[in-house]
Write a protein that binds this ligand. Structure first.
Ligand code: GAR
Length: 204
């Protein structure tokens, strides 16, 4: 029997995606286990969720260090110490440094609340709504050095209605996120994701 993959979740805020992953893992026989929750924001509710589940937490931010390089080195040190197999960005609102991406290449995934490559950045839902798209959605992707630019693992569409508000669209998007992110994590932990150039094959 192969051992469970060790997962670190990075979250800057509310942590509803972290919760969805934890709920999925307690309801099924997962191939991975969240062993660490990291935040750059000490007020992040995600840290509370982790504590409630007795998961180890860590919290520090770039301002705690002399420079961004030191912050990145500390992140890699923390991940190495815990022997992490997969880093899951779940509303982590800082760009990961080059050093972290190099050390954990193809082992970091992110969820974005729009259909990439449209509406990259930190306001994907609002930007899509204001643009007037009729269809938006959610993307789970590997993380590379670019902004929301790595190979796509899963995408799911969300229809924008005529009377859509930011709040109603956020609710629809989050519902989809909570359904697909735990699946993507499970695919990775089961060794089902193969990257071929820009394409990600999900094997059976
Ligand atoms: C999610 O909607 C996620 O897609 C988004 O932040 C939210 C975090 O919610 N991430 C980004 O916009 C990244 N560019 P959560 O803290 O409740 O999981």
């Amino acid at each position: 029997m192969t051992s469970k993959k060790k997962i670190a979740v990075f979250a800057s805020g509310f942590g509803s995606n972290l919760q969805a992953i934890l709920d999925y893992q307690s309801a099924s026989k997962p191939n991975g286990e969240v062993v660490l929750v990291f935040s750059n924001n000490k007020a992040a509710y995600a840290l509370e969720r982790a504590k409630r589940h007795k998961i180890k937490t860590a919290c520090f931010s770039p301002s705690d260090f002399a420079g961004r390089e030191e912050y990145d080195k500390q992140i890699v040190k923390m991940l190495d110490c815990e022997d992490i197999d997969l880093v899951v960005l779940a509303g982590y609102m800082l760009l990961l440094g080059k050093h972290v991406i190099e050390c954990y290449r193809n082992r970091i995934i992110n969820i974005h609340p729009a259909l990439l490559p449209s509406f990259k950045g930190t306001h994907g839902i609002k930007d899509a709504l204001e643009y007037g798209v009729k269809i938006t959605g959610v993307t789970v992707h590997f993380v590379d050095e670019g902004l929301d630019s790595g190979p796509i693992i899963i995408q799911e569409t969300v229809t924008v209605s005529q009377d859509e508000t930011l709040e109603s669209l956020e609710e629809k998007i989050h519902r989809v996120e909570h359904a697909i992110y735990p699946l993507a994590v499970d695919y990775f932990c089961s060794g089902r994701l193969k990257i071929s150039g820009r394409k990600v094959i999900i094997t059976t």
